[in-house]
Design a protein. Structure first.
Length: 369
């Protein structure tokens, strides 16, 4: 399946607590202007009617019939069954709502619902960071090729997804990669998301700046303060993002040691990567100790910042060389440098999620057929 060449159409939805944004994808491209409708998050009947209305309006704009509906929706949910659980930002959904089956019955086409973190990473694996890095390695004549991608979204929450050998890994309960629940390194009684989100950066800035009341600056404003482009407490702003990097780096080190693949970062905070990504790299390339105090590397591979030109060059170069096969005159290629890289989304979080949703639907239909 090549989603860039596939002419089948899939209807999509970007579901937020305030608005629903409906669209359609063909050949990995959005083919209509998005339709934006209020979500009516506090009224289930109105909310469901809005979803049906949105997809119906999309269908009217299409030149041919869609083959599926595929979109991300907040959890908790039984995604394979299309049943949405108790959502904090959509309070009308309580006790289990069979959203997928309802849409299948109304439109008479398959409906696929997934976690947004999963679809974001799937999109980056198909058309984003993963093929980008592999193409650069190939251009260098390197034998190295990456097949696995772990990704996180840093925004209102701390989400993640796993792609292994071009397949989305969701787990037996459709709750794989719930990185937000990892232990928080700096505050061990708390979960990681408390230190790895927009609210975390804002709270940290307010605390370090000694501001006890009022509305905190936006993450973009805090980033501009940290970068010296706006007035404010630059030390507090830098400290807020460094703390974010330390907590995220620790969580990523725990996660990636079980996965061994490239890492992509998306979400609303990704634009501030210049102030927190170096700390993530330092944390992952740091040391850990035995009970006796002996220090060893935190990970079995080196981690490179793919947004840094010098580190990208070292990553691409590797240590590849020819070695002799004992007892013969023949050689084989050997690269002893075990390494992974961390980069920022090449597509943008929203586009990557849409491409992931599109590809997931096509792949699921093809596997059934």
């Amino acid at each position: 399946m090549d989603p860039y060449q596939d002419k089948r159409i899939v209807m999509t939805l970007d579901a937020g607590g305030t608005n629903f944004v409906f669209s359609a994808i063909q050949s990995n491209n959005e083919i209509i202007s998005p339709i934006i409708l209020p979500s009516h998050a506090d009224n289930l009947e109105t909310c469901l009617s809005t979803i049906v209305k949105g997809f119906s309006e999309v269908k009217k704009k299409l030149s041919s019939n869609p083959i599926a509906i595929s979109f991300a929706f907040p959890g908790p949910a039984d995604y394979p069954a299309g049943i949405i659980g108790d959502l904090p930002n959509l309070p009308a959904f309580r006790g289990g709502v069979a959203l997928g089956p309802m849409l299948e019955k109304h439109f008479d086409i398959p409906v696929y619902i997934n976690n947004d973190g999963d679809l974001f990473v799937y999109g980056e694996a198909i058309a984003g960071l993963l093929p980008y890095v592999n193409e650069l390695l190939s251009e260098r004549g390197s034998s190295k090729k990456y097949r696995n991608l772990f990704g996180v979204t840093l925004g209102t929450g701390f989400g993640a997804g796993i792609v292994r050998n071009n397949e989305l890994f969701t787990g037996d309960n459709a709750v794989a990669a719930e990185i937000w629940l990892m232990r928080n390194k700096k505050y061990p009684q708390a979960y990681a998301e408390e230190g790895a989100s927009i609210r975390a950066v804002q709270k940290s800035y307010m605390k370090e700046a000694g501001i006890k009341s009022g509305y905190p600056p936006s993450p973009k404003e805090i980033f501009e303060i940290a970068s010296g482009n706006e007035e404010g407490n630059s030390k507090a702003a830098q400290s807020a993002f460094i703390e974010l990097g330390e907590i995220v780096g620790d969580a990523l080190a725990n996660a990636i040691t079980l996965i061994d693949g490239l890492i992509v970062i998306g979400g609303g905070l990704a634009g501030a990567h210049s102030v927190f990504l170096p700390k993530i790299i330092d944390e992952m390339n740091g040391k850990i100790m035995s009970y006796e105090g002996k220090k060893i590397n935190r990970l079995v591979f080196d981690v490179f910042n793919l947004e840094d030109n010098r580190q990208m060059e070292l990553f691409l170069r590797g240590e590849e060389r020819e070695i002799l096969i004992p007892g013969s005159n023949e050689t084989v290629i050997y690269d002893p440098l075990k390494r992974i890289g961390i980069g920022i989304s090449k597509l943008g979080t929203s586009k990557a999620t849409a491409i992931g949703a599109y590809a997931f639907a096509l792949n699921s239909i093809d596997n059934i057929n």
